[in-house]
Design a protein around this ligand. Structure first.
Ligand code: FAD
Length: 390
């Protein structure tokens, strides 16, 4: 992939910048207080109206037809203004499974609601006894005429409390290898028999849930692909999930913000960025991030040609989340450094109470990044086996 932008790429960058300036500023203007999810919904609707909600989807399904360079430009510019990435469950996870493995009926029924943000999705993979060893999942789906009757429990289900639909792995056979008896179902969260129970995480927020399925009736028409072949579809989704988790553009922006903060004068004229303990950390993270960015560009270029993402998504996830955690730790330490005496130009928003709280919350919530989407140890096993051939 050529990262020297052509005149056409530069014109595209101007177009993206103009759109972001107008649309993101407008969304922020409407919601001056941080309202989390509401801003995200509003933002996604703007992207949809612009036709830019799903850059990685095929054009015939609602994608943009952008080149790898254009996708890179969009991501970089989007992160640079602080606009959020789209919610991954519909657009980056189940959407690609539906347009790749679903039938025409399913594409017509589900893809529009994902694109226009009317339908919100959650991921029903993990169970109390099945996380890293996902194939040992036990939630059972038994045929009853044109329906399956689903019984079992899912856990760590992110934002299930807000989801309209759940894409769910269920066991439809106990014959042969565990991977061979899994099917991929789309479940309407309003179906009788579904109970969603909150799980509060270390940051004291409600992101996660337990989802109990008690005799839940799901039409066979909501099964993606063949019965017992769900593992193949589930794995393709995981590769998309891991690539999306890497978050390079957002990490670049967070690091740039911190650098600006650290370069401001405080503490009797001492700048944090001049202190060796911070300088080294900035330099280390920057070098790692640049290396990851080039790896991501290679994956994007391959995806633009119709390949993957394959096992290299494990490397992206592994390094990307490690860098996110290093940045969160640096932010926390900077907050502590500024905690003593603040002088000069720094605003209270940056280093005062709200900055410290944000730093603490991000640090705590970010600990989970090396667990979700497949833990570090599991990504290392995959890399050893399929990349290094060990
Ligand atoms: C914040 C958060 C959000 C999540 N959201 C979702 C969601 O929306 N939907 C969903 O389905 N799941 C979700 N998960 C679940 C996540 O995918 C699992 O937590 C993850 O796959 C690990 O599984 P586990 O928790 O059962 O840990 P385990 O698999 O029990 O692992 C425990 C420890 O053993 C290590 N380990 C396990 N197997 C091996 C091995 N073979 N070799 C070496 N070490 C190993 C692991 O690395 C880990 O350190 C979420 C998790 C978190 C923390």
């Amino acid at each position: 992939m050529d990262t020297n932008f052509s005149p056409a790429d530069l014109a595209f960058r101007d177009e993206v910048r103009a759109f972001l300036k107008a649309a993101w500023t407008d969304v922020l203007g409407q919601y001056p207080e941080p309202l989390g999810g509401i801003i995200d919904v509003e933002w996604q609707k703007r992207l949809y109206a612009q036709g830019w909600i799903a850059p990685n989807w095929p054009v015939e399904c609602g994608g943009t037809g952008w080149s790898a360079t254009q996708k890179y430009i969009f991501e970089t510019e989007r992160a640079a203004v602080g606009a959020p990435d789209v919610s991954p469950f519909g657009l980056k996870m189940v959407g690609p499974v539906i347009y790749t493995f679903g039938n025409e009926e399913q594409k017509k029924r589900f893809l529009p609601g994902i694109l226009n943000s009317e339908d919100w999705w959650c991921q029903g993979y993990s169970e109390p006894g099945a996380g890293s060893d996902l194939a040992s999942l036990k939630t059972k789906a038994e045929r009853d005429g044109d329906d399956y009757i689903v019984n079992g429990a899912k856990i760590w289900t992110t934002l299930a409390q807000m989801a309209d639909w759940m894409f769910c792995l269920v066991r439809t056979s106990t014959e042969g290898k565990p991977q061979q008896g899994i099917s991929f179902l789309l479940i309407d969260m309003k179906t009788p028999g579904i109970t969603v129970r909150p799980i509060y995480t270390i940051d004291e927020e409600h992101h996660l849930n337990e989802v109990i399925l008690d005799n839940v009736r799901v039409p066979v028409a909501n099964r993606i692909g063949e019965e017992n072949q769900g593992w193949t579809y589930a794995k393709s989704l995981l590769a998309h999930e891991r690539t999306a988790i890497a978050g390079v553009a957002d990490s670049k922006r967070h690091l740039a913000d911190l650098k600006q903060l650290a370069a401001a004068e405080c503490n009797g004229g001492v700048r944090a960025i001049d202190e060796p303990r911070f300088r080294h950390r900035f330099a280390d993270i920057e070098a790692e991030l640049m290396a990851l960015e080039y790896t991501e560009l290679r994956v994007l270029a391959a995806m633009a040609k119709g390949d993957g993402p394959g096992v290299e998504s494990s490397l992206l996830k592994l390094k990307g989340t490690e860098i996110q955690q290093s940045i969160a730790e640096l932010r926390l330490d900077l907050a502590a450094a500024f905690g003593a005496v603040v002088q000069g130009e720094l605003s209270s928003e940056q280093v005062g109470h709200s900055f410290g709280n944000l730093a603490r919350r991000n640090f705590l919530a970010g600990r989970a990044a090396t667990i979700y989407g497949g833990s570090d140890e599991v990504q290392k096993n995959i890399t050893a086996k399929f990349v290094l051939g060990l």
